[in-house]
Design a protein around this ligand. Structure first.
Ligand code: PLP
Length: 339
């Protein structure tokens, strides 16, 4: 598209040409449909509206220096959407349909894939919602799977710069045995209020603690937490954390770099002993953390003394981006080239 300022894209929605849709009715998935409409027409009693039958995914497509278009670990997103479906009783989308939808929607919007030089990418948002009407609390008998796309810049306009994070003990994102481990809309509704307050108080994100004991670190609103201590990559293990594909990939890269990966309960007090901390997810890959302020105890944990991202965070970030853009051989088999 001639009129897109690729270098200054934000992480937000902008209209593209097409989206793809697939309906589950009478117990089966129908044909993939192409739409140029930005709206969906659903029954007012649809279960996604009343009872939260809604799950989503977030993934990116990159144009390499070689002009090839790559999608990162789509099989993981397909699997996670199926887990989300199982968690809130929605019809799971088969991986074949998921992949077909990716191929189609990327092909139809190829003019919106940012050029390599821009550092931007095409964000894919798969969405699965219960569309069947119910008034009693029951799963829907009809579902809609949609993928829309939007070109996005790097998450942070300022670049790879450390951010401030707030611990809020008076809010929980997810219950220990609730839906924190699946990517459903309700978790986001539960975090909006504390997240907004955190923003208003000058923080880029809230770090939630485990809901039961308030002793251990769970994750940031929309991103997993990790820390570097010596040669160790440490990331919390908890039943209420959403398994981030970025975090999973960073653990593999860390191991490949000769680091030891620790996935375990991480107590808040450990923060004072960490060399580097980061939040990770598809949107930003890594947001290095410069300080974490506990809203209730007023305790502050500081990192990045010189104001820049730490060396290990930087190395991890660069390697993952290089794999995604095809600058580095895909030694872990994470990348699929799209036609
Ligand atoms: C999507 C998401 C993440 C990041 O997952 P990625 O697969 O790395 O994008 C982390 N936490 C929550 C709560 C999420 O919804």
């Amino acid at each position: 598209m001639k009129n897109i300022d690729w270098g200054n894209l934000s992480f937000g929605y902008s209209k593209t040409n097409y989206n793809v849709r697939c309906y589950w009715r009478d117990g089966q998935w129908g044909e993939l449909e192409v739409s140029s409409s930005e709206t969906i027409n659903i029954h007012m009693a649809a279960t996604c509206l009343h009872y939260g039958q809604a799950a989503f995914e977030g993934m990116k497509v990159f144009k390499g220096k070689d002009g090839k278009v790559r999608v990162f670990r789509w099989e993981e997103n397909a699997k996670r959407l199926q887990n989300s479906s199982n968690g809130i009783l929605m019809a799971p989308v088969p991986a074949e349909i998921f992949k077909k939808a990716i191929d189609k929607v990327v092909e139809l919007n190829k003019n919106f894939i940012p050029p390599f030089e821009s550092g931007a990418s095409l964000y894919l948002r798969p969405l699965l919602i219960g569309t069947g009407a119910q008034v009693g609390v029951k799963p829907a008998n009809e579902y809609l799977f949609v993928i829309f796309v939007t070109p996005v810049g790097p998450y942070f306009k300022e670049g790879f710069k450390p951010v401030s994070i707030q611990i809020a003990r008076d809010a929980d994102r997810a219950a220990p045995l609730g839906t924190g481990n699946i990517k459903v809309g309700g978790n986001y509704a539960a975090s909006l209020k504390s997240g907004q307050r955190g923003h208003d108080e000058g923080f880029s994100s809230v770090l939630y603690l485990d809901a039961k004991e308030k002793k251990y670190i769970d994750e940031c609103g929309p991103a997993n937490f990790f820390a570097i201590k010596g040669n160790n990559y440490i990331t919390p293990k908890s039943p209420s954390i959403l398994p981030s594909i970025t975090n999973k990939s960073l653990m593999t890269i860390a191991e490949d770099m000769g680091m030891t990966v620790e996935r375990r309960a991480v107590a808040v007090e450990e923060l004072s002993g960490f060399d580097e901390c980061g939040a990770c997810g598809t949107a930003a890959v890594i947001s290095p953390i410069k300080n974490i302020v506990d809203r209730d105890t007023k305790k502050e944990y500081k990192f990045c003394a010189d104001g820049n991202a730490g060396p290990i965070c930087t190395k991890l970030y660069d390697r993952l981006r290089d794999i995604q853009y095809g600058n580095e051989p895909d030694k872990f088999g994470w990348v699929t080239i799209l036609k």
